[in-house]
Design a binder for this molecule. Structure first.
Ligand SMILES: [Zn+2]
Length: 192
């Protein structure tokens, strides 16, 4: 049996007594989900907890996906493996009537969003999480709370941490060279 964690069985909600039904399922992600520098890798275990609320002719699914991400710090290029939870809310239609009604509204919006369908009492949340991850995960992820190099810097006052952060490791040698020249001049004219 497929273990795609983004496939949620909504039969209990659709054919039940009208109350929301919460399910939780863990399985390997069927695809890489996230922007270029950090994402849920394909095959990474994802825990999806979904609350399915029956609507007339459809369902509302509020879901969270929790997984360990894999990425790379854009400053020091260290591997990042934070665990993040992504939250989505998505309506799925269960009948053509539902789609028609919504399509008219969508036309007025000009949004053109398609309402995904319930297929055989299953909804697929993957696209919702793909969209949400694209919006919410950082495009320029960095070490938290700071890159190891940054924590070693004693932090002289007057120099913003941001400036230190931006020094590329490849230019560190050059920085030292410049600092040495500067140092000679400033030490001789102190208290002048
Ligand atoms: Zn870093």
């Amino acid at each position: 049996m497929a273990t795609n964690p983004f496939l949620v069985d909504v039969s209990a909600a659709v054919h039940g007594d009208g109350l929301p039904v919460t399910t939780s399922h863990t399985g390997p992600s069927p695809s890489r989900i996230g922007p270029e520098m950090i994402a849920i890798p394909e095959g990474q275990d994802v825990t999806v907890e979904a609350t399915v609320t029956p609507l007339g002719g459809g369902v509302l699914v509020d879901a969270t996906a929790t997984a360990q991400l894999k990425g790379q710090c854009v400053r020091c290029l260290r591997e990042l493996t934070p665990t993040e939870t992504i939250t989505v809310s998505q309506v799925f239609s269960g009948s053509d009537d539902f789609i028609t009604g919504d399509a008219e509204v969508a036309e007025d919006d000009g949004s053109g969003d398609d309402v995904p369908k319930i297929v055989d009492d299953i909804v697929d949340l993957e696209q919702s999480f793909v969209d949400e991850a694209g919006l919410n995960l950082p495009f320029n992820p960095v070490c938290e709370p700071a890159c190891p190099e940054d924590s070693d810097v004693p932090g002289p006052d007057g120099i913003s941490g941001e400036e230190n952060d931006l020094v590329d490791p490849r230019w560190a040698g050059l920085e030292k060279f410049l600092a040495a020249e500067d140092g000679d001049g400033s030490s001789s004219d102190s208290d002048k």
